[in-house]
Design a binder for this molecule. Structure first.
Ligand code: S3P
Length: 435
């Protein structure tokens, strides 16, 4: 899909169930491939990123069958994966590359791991460093970028104090820890999403959490003989995708929206607190637990949003939702200011630059800073439809499709198909709800 035209709307009404959570789907698929026996993963993410993970696990010898949004995986056990002759292709997915690097570090064969041009320009030294400390031999272009060449083998446990708050780095070390001799300890500087910990526990790993420290016992080196077992699991809907609808509904006083079956893991819901503190009308309904994760429905009504500052320890907890928040900035009273978020510059695109560029295309006033941006408020009436350049970044494309609903005149999203990286039917769902 090349270009998509978005027309202004008056309200969002009805119900929607976003696809399965991307972060959880990656983890379930990888761990299922390392487990003994069959796993069934229902409501698996439709995201292209998670399909990259499935292809990689297949290339490593797991049996993977996809039937609509149910994935069946026959795992090969901790020592059962086989080397792939071809390079493993993570596509656009940082999570695939970084988490898989942790698993490959523990394998006795050599692997090559590559990705698209965006992924080949994202930093990998954050995982390469600790995995080398554990004993893996890893080569990277300029010692930092994909393609990566990983010669795994016997790993030893480390006590790793993470220099940055990143769930991907934490997860890479914990997954490598499965293959290490002894107990691997990881301490985070600030909390990040804990889906890896929950998923490992669910499949039978020996893992303990206490505050910001996580300990995992190596299983493959014969420590106690524990194994991972295949599981039958339901993936909750993706809150990071639901956020586009929360934002869109909030724009219009007459909106009335029900978002069903959404993951509400407390390490992901900081974005709901941000919306609530800005005055959004949100109600959680039917909250229930599912294999360690929490799931519920969200009722959203229109509201007038105050805006505000997002900074510090909040940033890693809302990192994927910052594009949507920034693009809402002009519609808020005080505007939106994002600080301490230099990490946004090394996501699927330089998100700070892409946000500033496209907000300006719509007529908003923006100050771009090295670690964030400030978007002036009370400009909703002045925003006009524009041609948006997402720079191949799914979350930029979707954020501006939402911002376009409140502008005057039509907006064209170039290269709109990049939304499929996380949400292939996003525009259809948005159009169905917008009146
Ligand atoms: C993710 C972690 C975050 C997030 C990414 C998904 C994960 O990245 O931005 O979209 O599934 O672990 P970092 O770990 O780099 O912050």
């Amino acid at each position: 899909m090349k270009r998509r035209t978005i027309h202004p709307a008056r309200q969002l009404t009805g119900g929607v169930e976003p696809p399965g959570d991307k972060s959880i789907s990656h983890r379930y698929a990888m761990i299922a491939a390392l487990a003994e026996g069959a796993s069934e993963l229902r409501h698996f993410a439709a995201a292209a990123d998670c399909h990259s993970t499935l292809e990689c696990m297949k290339a490593l010898g797991a049996e993977v069958k996809l039937d609509k949004d149910t994935v069946r995986i026959i795992g090969r056990g901790l020592r059962g994966l086989k080397g792939s002759r071809r390079a493993l292709d993570a596509g656009n997915s940082g999570t695939t590359m970084r988490l898989l690097a942790g698993i490959l570090a523990g394998q006795e064969f050599m692997s090559q791991l590559t990705g698209d041009s965006s992924l080949q320009n994202r930093p990998m030294n954050r995982v390469v460093g600790p995995l080398r400390q554990m004993g893996a031999d890893i080569r990277a272009r300029d010692d930092n970028f994909a393609p990566l060449e990983i010669r795994g083998g016997r790993l030893h446990a480390i006590d790793f104090k993470m220099p940055m708050a990143s769930a991907q780095v934490k997860s890479a070390v914990l997954l490598a820890g499965l293959f290490a001799e002894g107990e691997t300890i990881v301490t985070e500087p600030a909390r990040t999403r804990d889906h890896t910990e929950l998923a490992l526990e669910e499949f039978g790993a020996r893992i303990e959490k206490s505050g910001k420290t996580i300990r995992i016992q190596g299983l493959a080196a014969g420590n106690g003989g524990a194994k991972l077992h295949g599981r039958s699991l339901d993936v909750p809907g993706d809150l990071s995708s639901a956020v586009f609808f929360i934002a869109a509904a909030s724009l219009f006083p007459d909106s009335n929206l029900l978002i069903r079956n959404i993951g509400l893991n407390p390490t992901r819901t900081a974005i709901l607190d941000v919306f609530a503190s800005m005055g959004a009308s949100l109600q959680m309904l039917s909250v229930r637990s599912a294999h360690g994760e929490i799931v519920g429905d969200l009722a959203v009504k229109g509201a007038s949003l105050k805006g505000g500052v997002i900074e510090g320890e909040q940033i890693p907890l809302v990192i994927d939702e910052l594009p949507m928040l920034a693009a809402l900035g002009p519609y808020t009273e005080q505007g939106i200011e994002i600080r301490d978020a230099a990490e946004l510059r090394v996501k699927e695109s330089d998100r700070i630059a892409a946000l500033a560029e496209n907000l300006r295309r719509m007529g908003a006033t923006v100050e771009e800073r090295p670690d964030g941006l400030r978007v002036e408020g009370r400009q909703g009436g002045r925003l006009r439809g524009a041609e948006i350049e997402p720079h191949g970044d799914h979350r930029i494309a979707m954020a501006f499709a939402v911002a376009a609903l409140g502008a005057s005149g039509a907006t064209v999203i170039r290269d709109a198909g990049c939304a499929a990286v996380s949400y292939p039917t996003f525009y259809e769902d948005l159009e169905r709800l917008a009146e």
